[in-house]
Design a binder for this molecule. Structure first.
Ligand SMILES: [Zn+2]
Length: 72
């Protein structure tokens, strides 16, 4: 008898499903050994917080392109 049209549609449009953001890589540069906190090399120009990307033979700042060659 009663046919309901236009009832509540469970699927809402216009909203994307929430995705958790991947954890920033920056935090993986911090290493804690007991009471000791080890940090990756930070940029001398940009200051602490800006880390140098580690390459095969050099460290490069992604912000100001500061490059430090590792000597052996
Ligand atoms: Zn820098």
């Amino acid at each position: 008898m009663a046919t309901s049209f236009g009832g509540s549609n469970k699927e809402k449009k216009g909203k994307k499903p929430h995705k958790n953001k991947p954890t920033s890589k920056k935090y993986s540069l911090y290493k804690v050994n007991g009471d000791d906190i080890q940090k990756a090399r930070s940029c001398p120009r940009c200051g602490p917080g800006i880390f140098l990307a580690t390459h095969k033979d050099r460290l490069v700042c992604g912000k100001c392109k500061y490059t430090e060659f590792s000597k052996k």
